[in-house]
Structures are given as C-alpha cells and as structure tokens.
Design a protein around this ligand. Sequence first.
Ligand code: 3HC
Ligand code: NAI
Length: 709
Amino acid sequence: MKQNSMEAVDYELQKQSDGSQLALVFMQNPPVNALSKAVRIGLIANIKQALADESVKAIVISSKQSLFSGGADISEFASGDFEPPLPAVLDLIENAAKPIIAVLNGPAFGGGLEVALACHYRVTFAANKVGLPEVNLGILPGAGGTQRLPRLAGVAQALDMIVSGRPVAASKLSGVFDLVVADPAQLFSESLTFCQKVVAEGAVVRRTCDITIDASTAHAELFAQFRLSIAKQARGFFAPERCIQAVEASVALPFVQGLQREGELFLECMQSKEARAQQHFFFAERAASHVKDYDKTTPVRDIQKVGIIGAGTMGGGIAMNFANAGLPVTVLELKQEALDKGLALIRRNYESSAKKGKLTAAQVEQRMALLQGTTDYANLADVDLVIEAVFEKMEVKHEVFKTLDKVCKPGAILASNTSTLDLNEIASATKRPQDVIGMHFFSPANVMKLLEVVKGEHSSPEVIKTVMQLAKKINKVAVLVGVCFGFVGNRMIESYGREANRLMLEGVKPEQLDQVIYDFGLPMGPFTMGDMAGQDIGYFVRQSRQEFIQHDPSYCILADKLVEQGRVGLKAGKGVYLYAQGSRTPIPDPEVLELAKQEAQRLGIKQREISDQEMLERIIFPLINEGALILEEGIAAKSSDIDVIYVYGYGFPVYRGGPMQYADEIGLKTIYDAMCKYRDELGEYGQHWFQPAPLLKKLAAQGKRFADL
Ligand code: 3HC
Ligand code: NAI
C-alpha cells in the first residue's frame, strides 16, 4: 500500500462549457483502494484545494482502480494510529460549501461506502456492489455509516445491510443513489452530465445528516423482530448487537449524538476479543494463499477438463464444484449402475437447489450437460486434472493410479481425495510422482469451502501452484499441508473424539458435554456430530490403526461397543443418542450411561462430577497441542493455516479466530499448565495423551504466541 498522500490521491481539473471547473479527486491505493492514512491525508488536502479554488463549482470523488474503495485499511488497526480519523474526512466532505458527488466506479465497502454516504450526491451503475461488511471483522461501521445509511435507505434496509454485512447491488438499494446508470461504460460521461446539472441548478449542498428519520417507520417492534430473526446466526458474536444499538441510536438521537453513540459502540467492538479474532481470520484466510513452495515465475497449467474417479459421496460433490465453475467433467465408475446412481444424485442435488430458488431450471440443465459419465478409462485421455475419490484402501488407490498413469496425457495432474492414506505411497504407483497431489475436500464437497491441498514429497511447484489457484476458481479456500495421517484437520480431530469418549467413561453425560461445546460456539458437540456423520466411520479408521491405540484399553471403547451393537448413529435411529423416526433431535439414552458405568468399572476408572471448564479444556487443549506438533513437524506452514482449516472445515467459531488464535488469546502458558495438570492427574492415560508439545512448552516459557512464529 502506498504511503505517499500525493500518490494515494490524484487531483484533476476539468473545464466545463460555462468556463467553471469540476475538481476530480481519485483515490489510488491498490489493490483495494483501502482508506489508508495516506489516502485520508490526500483526500483532506485535495478537497481543501478544490474548496479554495474559486473556479471549482463541484467536486467528484471517485477512483481509477477496479474498486471505489474496500474501506478502512484493516492492516492499520493494530497500530492504533487513526490520524487523521476517517470521520474527520467525512465531516469535511459533508460540511463542504460546494457539492461533492461520489461516483462509484466499482464496489464500495465499509468506510468506502461511508465516504459516499457523506457526499451530497451519489452516482453508480446498476450491477455495482456496495456494503457495510464491518460486522464480519467484529466491528461496526464507525464513520457514520450507522447514522447515515438509515437516513438514506430507511431503517429496515440499513439494519439488514449493517448487521448481515452482505453486499447489495446498487439497483436493489433504494434511497441511496441519485443516478444509477445501466451500462458501466457510460458511468463517467453520465456522471459529468449529472454534475453539470447539479451546478446548473444552483450547486445545492444536500447533507445526509439533515435528513430526519420518520420514527414511525422504526418502532421498537421492528428492532425486537430483527433481534429474534438473527439470534441463531449471531450466537456468540459481539458486534451484531452493537450494530443494532447503533442503528437504534440513529432513530432515537439527533445526528451528532447518534454519531457519538456510534463512536462509543465502535470502540467497544474494536476492543473485544471477538474483533481481534475476526480480523485475525480475515488475514489468515488471505495468508493461506501465500505459500513458499512457488513464486510469481512458477508456471501454471491450464485446466480445461476434469476427470473424477468414483461417483460416491465425495466424487459427486467434487464433480459439482467444477460444473458450477463451467468446467466439463467426466465421472468414471467401474459399473454402470454405480455411475447412474451417482449422476442421479447430482441431478437431485441441483434440482433441490432449483426448488429453493438458488438455480434456474436452465442452469440445472447447463450444469448437468457439463457432466459426462463413463466406465471406460480411455475417456480420460484428454483431461488436464483427474481427482480420485474411490474407497479408502491403498490397494484400490494403487490400482487406480497405475491405470491413470497409463491413460492420462503427459502433464495431467493426478490428485487423490484420500483423507488418511499416505500420498507418497499413492504417488509411487505412477512414474510421474511430480504430477501427483492431494486434494482433500470436505463433506458435502459441493458445500464446504475448505480444500486441504496435500503436497507429496515429489509434488512439483507447478502442480501445487495450479491446484492452489484452481481452488479459487471453484470457490474454495485452499490450505497447503504436508503428508501425515489425517493431514491437519482430521489428525487434530482425533483427540477431540478420543477425549469425548473418555469423559463419558469418567461420568460425563453426552448431552452435558455437547452443550459445553455448543456454548463454546461449535455448531454441535462431539456426540451429536459423531451420530450425524455415522459412528461407523471412526470405527473403521480405528480398526485399521490398532497399533496406534493398543497401549490404551479405554481408547474410544464406548464408541466401538456402540457400533458393535449396531448403534451407528442417526441413520440407524440410535447411536450415542436415540432418535425418533424421521427426527434429527438427539434423545439421551440411560442405556448408554449404564454401558459407560460398566466399562468404567471394568477398566478401573472412577466416575466423578466433572466441571464444564474441565470438559472444555480436555476437549479443546489437546487439539491445540496437536496443532503445535503439526507446526513443529512442518505439516502446516503457519498457525493461521490451521485456523482456516478449523473454521472452514469443522465449524470452529470464527469469533474465536480458530483454535490457534484462541490459544494465543488465552495465553499459551494457560494451555501448557493445563496440559501438565491433566498429564499429572489422569494417571497413565494422562501420561500418554496429555504430554505438552515441545513447541507449546517453548513458546509458553518465552511468553510468545503461535502467531509470533
Ligand atoms: N484493508 C487492508 N487490506 C485489505 C483490505 C482492507 N480493507 N481489503 C483487502 N485487503 C488486502 C487483502 O488482505 C489482500 O492482501 P494480500 O494480497 O496481501 O493477501 C489484498 O488486499 C487483496 O484482497 P482480496 O484477496 O480479498 O481481494 P478480492 O479482490 O478477492 O476482494 C474485497 C476484494 C471484496 C474488497 C475484499 O478484500 C474485502 O472484503 N475486503 C474487506 C472489506 C471490508 O471489510 N471493509 C471494511 C473495512 S473496516 C472499515 O471500513 C471501518 C470503517 O467503518 C471505519
Ligand atoms: P463412497 O463409498 O461414497 O464412494 C466411493 C465410490 O468409488 C463408489 O461409488 C465406488 O463404486 C467407487 N469406486 C470404488 N472403487 C473404484 C474403482 N476402482 N474405480 C472407480 N470407482 C470406484 O466413498 P466416499 O465417502 O465418497 O469416499 C471416497 C474417498 O474420499 C475416500 O478416499 C475417502 O477417504 C475420501 N473422503 C471422504 C470423506 C467423507 O466424508 N465421506 C471426506 C473427505 C475425503
């Protein structure tokens, strides 16, 4: 980002037919025209210059970048240096004696839109997107957005935009724009005509702050209803309630006091741990694409055609991602029957989206037309990328990769969706291990945003770069990880399931623990999740890893016994919980508690009352500890990558920023001490499973954070 205010804002004068001048002020701060210190200084200087120039009759604020502005410069937040404050820039704009017209040549978000709201007139094109996404950063629009938007757009519309953070097309937003042109190419010429008209009509300065909100359109009931409507998705977040209060202030208070109230609420949000976490996550998500394995000079392969092996749960969802992005996909199964079943399921998924109004019937057909089924490997000869999603068995994967090596053209990328198997061993089935890579999608693959890109020992930088970039095209957030059992996400989740089972043996009721984890912010607790996914999935993984667990006779013993009794979860109507026919509501089952009691007795484990805090620590801290081991081993390159995996792959609450940010927030010493405490208190079990990772120990002793690495 540029530091020089002269470079950050451009100033041009344009002579009008009546001899007067129009001042054009362009923000110039790539990549997103953030309102950095330099831009704020530049805006003040240029607006003052235009106001002082008698020949200037009106001022335009716009940009020559693709965005009007992405808002305040978030990277400056940590510095605490807000001088000159954005509200002061807007004050200068709103109180200027000459009309200032915002010409939104591209998206305007946050402070960017707030600049426009403070101008006296606004012009844009119909498809342009504007929004106040501050809530996603754990804050609220702090430069008058909560006071000006309700005045222009009405309270209901403003409330929705500010609390959801969702961008809106200009054509859908009433009350904000004075002119919305259909064709973006005509925006500047039509804006100039508009400015001339404003000048010709007396250069009237129309201040947003002078608009009075009709309180009858914003009664208490509206706010009460709104609070109810967002309660579920706002659970645990700090900012949404403050956003609502700020909009309430726009109705209840005169403009200046409203601004003051907005300022107080903004500060409260800014100082919250939720804001720290959400801002951390904003940068974590973007940082995931900054990897050291390639650089700008690394070539990227062109991916035009994709092959998928296996049309099961994962193969079908993966195929949909590519069809959604307009890429033709060939799906291969060994038997026609399995192929038909897989393709029919994809169609049903699309049709169900169409029923919900998310797709048109024509779009369903377009996407289905991109999907070809085959049982013949010869049809994969010309694909640029093939993703294998067959049974999780090394022999089967080997067979598939051997065949792919024979049939696929040179340079085709051969990817596996394996969730646990050794990618290097899979690659060894081919004569081109440099072209083999892991693409670990999460279920449902057409919905979940996360993609773990697994680099094998020989995966080439070119292949890694191609897949990382392709992820964006199919609307995924890719995180690059190394090879180990379960990679990052599933390796860490192992301790989560193990500890949940152990806690039940020690006397915790499943619904108690599930409530603690739900209250922490995950969508559901481990037992509900296990029942929903199917308890048999973990069972089969454990069966193949007996060597890993043989030293601990209590290891997931309850889960194993339940599966052996046919209690595999929701699909069987019983798992850890019982389920009434057709219902997904878990019902606690005393039989399960009795089983836990018997097993505890058999294993010599004393059942006791366990506090919520202990439950939380024993579930979350070992997961963080595993994250530390993963960092030490270089399986993840940075702690923020683990956070991205956990938020997008496992529903870890974004207002906690991910497990590693959560650990940094509460302090690594706290985690280290608790790990030592449980190691010492839980006998042999503790000795085995609660050994703090050396990296955790080191950072805790140095008073450092994972983010400092
Ligand atoms: N401040 C600082 N840096 C920003 C930024 C911002 N507002 N917005 C984006 N960036 C950076 C990103 O970190 C990224 O950096 P990198 O290349 O080093 O990783 C780079 O700009 C490009 O960002 P994206 O990859 O996200 O680019 P896209 O083109 O995909 O998306 C965007 C552009 C839609 C503007 C998206 O970046 C975005 O949503 N930005 C945040 C918008 C926002 O939340 N604005 C409100 C800011 S808070 C505010 O205005 C407070 C005010 O009310 C007082
Ligand atoms: P699935 O059993 O639903 O589908 C596998 C499909 O592959 C079946 O349709 C089967 O007929 C087909 N198949 C088997 N052998 C084949 C062969 N030799 N050639 C062509 N097709 C063949 O399994 P699922 O769940 O889709 O898993 C597939 C892979 O994805 C596994 O490696 C699994 O570990 C991984 N995975 C699964 C996730 C999940 O949640 N189900 C999540 C992430 C990865």
